[in-house]
Design a protein. Structure first.
Length: 178
């Protein structure tokens, strides 16, 4: 079943289509929410909310070609993840970060698990801005609007997130210092 058929059947409350929708997108939505949320149970709660909201509002969804359904669902997931972050604990935007970190390139290949661990230890403000900007490709203006912060705060948090990642890689001796 293609996206258009899936949307139509979900709009008609077809339970099989809704299950197919859930099965098709569950892993992607879970991974996306997990990048923002550090707790597994929090992530599961957000995933449930995302699918409930999507299925409730699918009749309002405007199909714009292949991939538009996934993009729409990802937008809901990002917004719900941020809403969950704000509800559970306020997002703090850190000022402190080690200053003496070389910003050079390296040919070292880094295990993705190490990156995930670093992202999970990152302060919530850094991680949220980093995810929105570097991974989900939001502009700093869009991030500012989404998080209700200034554009400059978004930019500075992104810079600090990069420095944080480099600092953590240096500590693990995975990024060259000279």
């Amino acid at each position: 079943m293609n996206e258009k058929e899936l949307i139509k059947k979900c709009s008609q409350m077809d339970l099989r289509a809704q299950r197919a929708f859930y099965d098709l997108y569950y892993k992607d939505v879970f991974r996306l929410a997990r990048r923002y949320l550090s707790d597994y149970h929090e992530t599961e709660d957000v995933v449930v909310t995302v699918f409930n909201k999507a299925l409730k509002n699918i009749t309002h969804f405007e199909y714009r070609g292949k991939g538009s359904l996934k993009k729409w669902l990802n937008t809901i997931a990002i917004n719900e993840s941020i809403k969950s972050l704000k509800k559970i604990r306020p997002i703090t935007y850190m000022e402190e970060v080690p200053e003496n970190i070389p910003l050079q390139t390296s040919n070292v290949r880094i295990d993705i698990e190490i990156i995930h661990k670093i992202l999970n230890t990152m302060p919530v403000g850094y991680r949220t801005v980093f995810n929105l900007y570097a991974i989900d490709q939001y502009s700093h203006s869009e991030i500012a609007e989404t998080l209700n912060i200034s554009r400059n705060t978004s930019k500075s948090q992104m810079l600090k997130a990069r420095k944080y990642i480099l600092h953590q890689l240096n500590k693990k001796k995975l990024y060259g210092t000279g």
